[in-house]
Design a protein around this ligand. Structure first.
Ligand code: PLP
Length: 393
């Protein structure tokens, strides 16, 4: 063939993190067939969908099987019943979002990755360590990326500084992989920086429902001025157990514009052109998740994971190990003991405790020497993991 392929893909690093983890685990299991390995690496949930969510989905499927209630293509931006439920969810946390600013999607990953379509030639600023989708989607589009280093000195919450210029800033709070959540004061600093410099913030709030600290905003729109400079991306995956069901949403406030062009119009056009909506049963399920009964069930599941996080945090506290997360987040991001490199610590935990986590180096240079554990397992397995950690740390 003589066609040109996207040359920017060559700049992507090999997608080796989870495949390398799987390879090392497989190799260990082959040589230790009796080892009872506990996996606390991948960020997938284990609790089933709430009952009212499942019945809403079944009822919607029945409607599709009846000529009188059948529906075809869903609206590209989401059914109004779900956009209204999302707007009510926002009002419950103190934010007023008009439904026209809400775009329902099949998940936050798609929205994070697709947003490059409406961006022009900008400097892109990403935290290091980073949720890889922000980095790789910008590499694929050939964008200029500047990393914002983070570490113990800023508790993995990078802030604007003298070197950060005008551009597009991806922020994730509570963060993946670090679990660290920005305070209201820190977010206010980000918002005033964005307003002064004419920058855009892409705020990923996929883990907002895990926040317990009243001073950590669950939405960037709790910060005055954010509606003029921030897009917020959110998901039903971790809040309501939708990792396999697939639903998320993005808020693009009508007020954001650049050179007289309204960003919301571009995103609406992008979605209408490239996306055909989320299935009706899934949108009914998402609506049920944001009903009072659904939210109560979701918070029960979140409390379940939170208990796991507290168990893991207690052993780290006991051993005096530095970590972020675990309080407002399902992730715990710990410093590998004894100055170990993150892959060395991975091998150490696998061999000595038959435990699998995620080496921090896989999320960026600043993740070297750190390690991610998740609280999405069962109580039983987390208890076992805690016992093993207590022995080997
Ligand atoms: N954003 C962050 C920070 C995540 O960690 C994840 C999933 O792990 C996503 C977005 C993707 O969410 P979704 O399942 O809605 O695509």
């Amino acid at each position: 063939m003589t066609i040109q392929l996207n040359e920017h893909f060559a700049a992507l690093s090999k997608n080796y993190l989870f495949s390398e983890i799987a390879r090392r685990v497989r190799k260990y299991q082959q040589s230790h067939p009796d080892a009872n390995i506990i996996k606390m690496g991948i960020g997938d949930i284990t609790r089933p969908l709430p009952e009212c969510v499942v019945s809403a989905m079944k009822k919607a499927a029945d409607e599709l099987g009846n000529a009188d209630t059948f529906r075809g293509y869903p609206p590209e931006y989401g059914y109004d019943f779900l956009r209204e439920a999302i707007s009510i969810h926002y009002s419950e946390i103190g934010v007023k979002i008009p439904i026209d600013d809400i775009f329902v999607s099949d998940g936050a990953k798609s929205d994070c990755g697709n947003f490059v379509d409406v961006m022009g030639d900008n400097d892109i600023y990403l935290p290091d360590p980073v949720y890889p989708v922000y980095r790789d989607s910008n590499i694929m589009s050939g964008h200029r990326i500047t990393l914002l280093p983070s570490g113990r000195e800023n508790d993995f919450l990078p802030m604007p500084n003298a070197k950060t210029g005008t551009g597009v800033y991806y922020l994730c709070s509570p963060g993946n992989p670090t679990g660290a959540a920005y305070s209201a004061e820190q977010l206010a600093e980000w918002v005033s920086f964005a307003l002064e410099s004419g920058s855009l913030i892409l705020f990923d709030a996929a883990y907002e429902a895990f926040i317990t600290d009243n001073n950590c905003p669950r939405s960037i729109y709790l910060i005055p001025g954010a509606r003029a400079c921030a897009v917020e991306i959110c998901s039903f995956s971790k809040t309501a157990g939708f990792t396999g069901t697939r639903c998320g949403y993005t808020v693009v406030p009508a007020q954001i514009s650049a050179n007289g062009v309204c960003l919301r119009d571009l995103w609406a056009r992008r979605q209408a052109t490239k996306f055909n909506g989320v299935s009706y049963p899934v949108q009914r399920a998402a609506q049920a998740a944001y009903s009072p009964q659904g939210m109560a069930a979701c918070y029960e599941n979140i409390a379940y994971y939170r208990k796991n996080a507290a168990m893991l945090a207690s052993v780290l506290d006991e051993k005096g190990i530095y970590y972020t997360g675990g309080k407002n987040s399902p992730y715990l991001w710990l410093q590998c003991p004894g100055g170990m490199a993150s892959w060395d610590f991975f091998d150490y935990l696998l061999e000595k405790a038959n435990l699998v986590g995620t080496p921090g180096e896989g999320f960026g240079k600043c993740g070297e020497g750190f390690f991610r554990l998740t609280s999405f397992s069962t109580h039983e397995l987390t208890e076992q993991a805690v016992r093993r950690l207590r022995e080997v740390l």
